[in-house]
Design a protein around this ligand. Structure first.
Ligand code: CDP
Ligand code: CDP
Length: 226
């Protein structure tokens, strides 16, 4: 239909972007696109092949061979990389530690941004990441910049960790702070709030409250089923 819109959600790690974006998409019967999973997939793929982000020439040479599939599932999505399921692998501590360095590679970004724009062409997309409102979908009808205190964000992530992850709260806070800094300071499409994005601090909000705020922002554009 003609009244579908695109919704862009950006912010630092652990702010709640992906959980919220998925729920908003569900409410509107929209498609959720997790762009972080694409950068994670690329990180895992090149890491497996021993190609460091600094080895840009080699990386870009191999880029056409990388095929990422995001397959929606009832409770999340599967990430398939060149036919191999890497859903869990892309969330590993190893990928966490490296992803923001790969995300600085200009040729990789432009390739992923092109794919992301393609996915949003027909509208009805909720997309989350770091540069969606500023670079990928500057014309998105609804833009949210989601934040929360770093302690709250680390606490949320900590609760998701499995026994075997063997990571302390202290390490988590450091990992997040370092990743946020790299994302904010990089030259190409750094993490920042778009001028026309609404700032949403979720530190003291639960999931339902955040979803409702965003759905309210959509009401002036689309009729929302109750
Ligand atoms: O889930 P979490 O917030 O930890 O991270 P993510 O959304 O999965 O993104 C992982 C990393 O990918 C980020 O720290 C960024 O370095 C990069 N990224 C990016 O540069 N641009 C995007 N649109 C999405 C992610
Ligand atoms: O995608 P992003 O890294 O921004 O965050 P997320 O992975 O969606 O959220 C991290 C965790 O925080 C999830 O387990 C959410 O359920 C939780 N969360 C929460 O408890 N309250 C919120 N208002 C937002 C997220």
């Amino acid at each position: 239909s003609t009244d579908r819109i695109n919704i862009a959600i950006d912010g630092p790690a652990g702010a709640g972007k992906s959980t919220i974006a998925r729920r908003v998409a569900e409410r509107l019967s929209y498609v959720y696109v997790d762009t972080g999973a694409m950068y994670r997939a690329a990180t895992w793929y090149f890491g497996q092949r021993g190609i460091e982000p600094e080895d840009e020439e080699k990386l870009l040479q191999m880029l056409p061979d990388l095929v990422i599939e995001l397959i929606p599932e009832p409770d999340g999505q599967r990430v398939v990389i060149n036919g191999q399921d890497a859903t869990d692998e892309i969330r590993s501590i190893k990928v966490n530690a490296k992803v923001s360095r790969y995300a600085q590679v200009e040729g990789l970004r432009s390739r992923l941004v092109a794919l992301q724009r393609q996915m949003a062409l027909r509208k009805g997309v909720v997309m989350d990441g770091r540069d969606i409102g500023t670079t990928v979908l500057p014309d998105a009808e609804v833009k949210v910049f989601m934040t929360a205190s770093v302690e709250e964000r680390a606490r949320r992530r900590f609760n998701e960790m499995k026994e075997q992850d063997q990571i302390t709260m202290e390490q988590l806070i450091q990992d997040m702070a370092r990743r946020d800094r790299l994302d904010q300071e990089r030259k190409i499409s750094p993490l920042r709030q778009a001028e026309d994005a609404v700032l949403l601090d979720t530190t003291n909000l639960n999931l339902e409250e955040v979803v409702n705020v965003i759905i309210s922002m959509c009401r002036s554009f689309v009729r929302v089923r109750e």
